[in-house]
Design a protein around this ligand. Structure first.
Ligand code: UD1
Length: 386
């Protein structure tokens, strides 16, 4: 059996790593039955948000790099389709496996289906209901045309049923990203927080006592266009961070290239860089981010994956979005995340009430570190629906 799996951007890497390991284990036991090819579309090409993950997560170098790079959505999707079609014509795989919701999955699932190749979507069925998010469009299209939809939780399976997806296409396999978290917990635990800051700092290089849980610190990631692309939205968030958070506890902000560019454009970068209690870091590797999450008193984020990791670790998580495709991570479902959008009054209110909450780890069903084996089995057991 020939499988091509696809990665494009940072959140794909921690999801594909356990899938590749599951293939290796299967091949070791069954005599190399699966011929696997890893394709990187190269949407994320900077070392700090691509290469570092391959090294830390022990992902083999991509067999094929499409070299698509940055661009508008149409450019990214269009160029990926043109390049991926050539790969499919050459390799003629039985399956194309896509993970998550970045532009690569839209481009590669459509191209695969046009070539009459079966497509499997890992992390299927997530829905934010927000059609202004490019990821929602990617999820909807990919799920509509894929042959096998592997869901991380029962709510996602239910979303697919409501959309009329035949039962035989849906398999609840659990959250594959948690496989990576469980595999790397001990390695992350062993890291030193001050060392992480020293090695990745953009503005301050020394900070003592952050390893002490008593002192405490907040962590932030922010990269969604809806939060960072307009000054009217980004500036009040910065004001809140400086006036309310950094006046009390250190804030460690790992900054995405897009956000850094916007801070500079809006003339806010200097103020952020010069605040003594605000520690601006380059985008971190997987282990470093996991270590910060394990020790943070609170996390501010607009990332999807962090909401899930906070849920497993029990870190109070303020999600700077008005909706989430991952409702299972919300407080009302037992998770750690609260939606606060970009309304500063709401952010402040939830910040004050979350700050001193104890950690409350929660493990949704099948977030058990073994999702990848179930995903591979689902592909191996697939029988074409007629
Ligand atoms: C993409 C995903 C998003 C995911 C995020 C994680 C889509 C639609 N979006 O958003 O779902 O949460 O990745 O990071 O697929 N840039 C660099 N170096 C790089 C890559 C990008 O500097 O290696 C800069 C470029 O200026 C680029 C901008 O970041 O234009 C945005 O990158 P892009 O890949 O378009 O989207 P992300 O915001 O990273």
């Amino acid at each position: 059996m020939k499988i091509i799996s696809v990665v494009g951007a940072r959140p794909n890497f921690m999801k594909i790593a356990p899938f590749i390991k599951a293939i290796d284990t299967y091949n070791a036991l069954n005599g190399n039955i699966i011929e696997h090819t890893l394709v990187h579309t190269d949407q994320h090409y900077d070392d700090c948000i691509s290469k570092a993950f391959f090294e830390q997560l022990d992902i083999p170098e991509a067999d094929i790099n499409l070299g698509v790079g940055s661009g508008t959505h149409a450019e990214q999707v269009g160029n990926t389709m043109i390049e991926f079609e050539k790969v499919l014509k050459d390799k003629k795989p039985d399956w194309v496996v896509v993970v998550g919701d970045v532009n690569a999955i839209l481009a590669c699932s459509v191209t695969a289906k046009k070539e009459n190749i079966k497509c499997c979507h890992i992390e299927a069925g997530l829905r934010s209901g927000d059609m202004t998010m490019p990821e929602e469009i990617n999820r909807l299209v990919t799920d509509r045309i894929s042959d096998l939809l592997l869901t991380p939780d029962p709510l996602s399976s239910e979303n697919l049923r409501k959309e009329g997806v035949p039962e035989g296409k849906i398999r609840f396999t659990g959250n594959i990203m948690i496989d990576t978290l469980e595999r790397n917990r001990n390695k992350a635990e062993a890291l030193d927080i001050n060392e992480i800051i020293r090695q990745n700092s953009v503005n301050h290089f020394e900070l003592n006592n952050l390893n002490s849980p008593v002192a405490g610190f907040a962590v932030m990631t922010l990269h969604r266009p809806s939060n960072v692309d307009r000054k009217e939205t980004l500036e009040p968030i910065i004001r809140f961070l400086i006036d309310d958070v950094c006046s009390e506890i250190p804030l460690i902000w790992t900054i995405h290239p897009r956000t850094r560019k916007m801070l500079e454009t809006f003339g806010l970068l200097n103020e952020v860089m010069s605040h003594k209690n605000l520690f601006l870091l380059e985008p971190l590797g997987y282990l470093e981010m996991l270590k910060l999450n394990m020790n943070a008193r609170i996390i501010f984020t607009d990332s999807g994956g962090l909401q899930e990791e906070c849920t497993i670790l029990g870190t109070p998580c303020l999600t700077l979005r008005w909706n989430t495709e991952r409702p299972i991570t919300l407080l009302e479902h037992g998770g750690a995340s609260v939606l606060v959008g970009n309304n500063i009054r709401l952010i402040r209110k939830e910040y004050l009430s979350s700050l001193n909450k104890p950690r409350k780890p929660f493990r949704p069903e099948l977030w058990d570190g073994h999702a990848a084996e179930r995903c591979l089995n689902a592909i191996l057991e697939y029988r074409k629906l007629t």
